[in-house]
Design a protein around this ligand. Structure first.
Ligand SMILES: [Mg+2]
Length: 327
């Protein structure tokens, strides 16, 4: 049965557009289907057939439920893939997330058919992408607000490529580390112990588990009511020290927080992907985090731009926009 929907902020519901490739799932080559790392996805029912076989990334099923159950969120899909691929991918993803009988809000076949039909309007594909000079493309979120309503300031694109955002919408991006099938294959392999391997594994471990980090960031954005969504999103992702910026994905506490949040939507124990991932992200073997998270995190005190860069009469929102244009 669908969860009761209570709208807390009807004037500003949030729309989140989800990229598909290497964000929610990744295409797997036929030759790879017999590879050992694929068995993990097969055992967890995380392989879908959408023209080609695709793996669904760890945590994505629970993430979809998290979005589905949030009364203030509307979600849609925005992929440069063709509609003929995107529609079956989305349909199978939603079915796995929302029709699992062990899920407390599991939909019946009939309920799912209605929901699936409604969600067809929420799939934006290659034909909805805009061409950029030089032959590239970008995803204009105005297409989303025009079709689904909502405000551009409360619309987010979750994507593994910053370049997929138009220049005037960089502040709308929730950018996560890129992860394709090779990343999953590489970290499935046990450590070899070669020099520099730890540094080699780190970014891959974070990339494979990127949904957990995105969940924690999104959850924090939703908890801040005093600022526009785009501003919170920006401040939580970037820190400006006057010379350079850095991104906060290296903060493993985000991954731990995301895992804890998504566990609430899981039908069995949710784990990070990778056999040594729990140790990597700072979990002891008994499941407790090694460090307490939010107390030491820098992101609550991030200021958007150093004061001396501010112009008189410039609103915080326009400062964020100006800074984003330089990214
Ligand atoms: Mg992508």
């Amino acid at each position: 049965m669908a969860p009761e929907r209570r709208i807390f902020h009807p004037e500003s519901p949030i729309t989140i557009a989800l990229d598909i490739d290497d964000t929610l799932g990744s295409m797997v080559l036929k030759d790879d289907l017999d590879n050992d790392y694929i068995s993990w996805f097969r055992e967890n029912d995380l392989i879908v057939d959408a023209i080609e076989k695709h793996i669904i990334h760890p945590g994505v099923i629970e993430f979809i439920r998290y979005l589905y159950e949030n009364p203030n969120i509307k979600f849609c899909f925005f992929s440069h893939g063709v509609a003929e691929r995107n529609h079956p991918f989305v349909s199978q993803l939603l079915k796995r997330a929302l029709c699992d009988k062990k899920y407390k809000h599991a939909l019946s076949e009939e309920e799912f058919k209605l929901f699936e039909e409604k969600m067809k309007d929420n799939i934006f594909s290659r034909g909805d992408c805009s061409s950029s000079i030089g032959g590239g493309y970008y995803k204009d979120l105005r297409k989303v607000t025009l079709k689904l309503g909502g405000d551009l300031r409360s619309t987010i694109l979750m994507d593994d490529q910053r370049s997929n955002l138009s220049n005037d919408q960089k502040q709308n991006g929730l950018i996560i580390p890129y992860s394709n099938h090779l990343v999953f294959r590489n970290i499935f392999i046990k450590p070899f112990g070669f020099l520099g391997e730890a540094e080699w594994r780190e970014p891959q471990m974070r990339a494979a588990n990127h949904i957990f980090c995105a969940t924690a960031l999104l959850d924090m954005v939703l908890s801040i009511h005093s600022k526009p969504i785009t501003q919170s999103l920006f401040e939580l992702q970037y820190q400006e020290d006057g010379n350079s910026r850095f991104e906060l994905y290296e903060n493993n506490s985000l991954y731990i927080n995301g895992l804890k949040k998504l566990q609430q939507f899981a039908t069995s124990t949710l784990k990070f992907y990778g056999h040594d991932a729990n140790e990597f992200f700072g979990f002891k073997k008994n499941g407790h985090a090694l460090t307490n998270i939010l107390s030491h995190s820098p992101f609550w005190s991030v200021s958007s731009i150093p004061t001396e860069h501010k112009k008189v009469n410039e609103s915080d929102d326009s400062i964020v926009k100006r800074f984003c244009l330089t990214l």
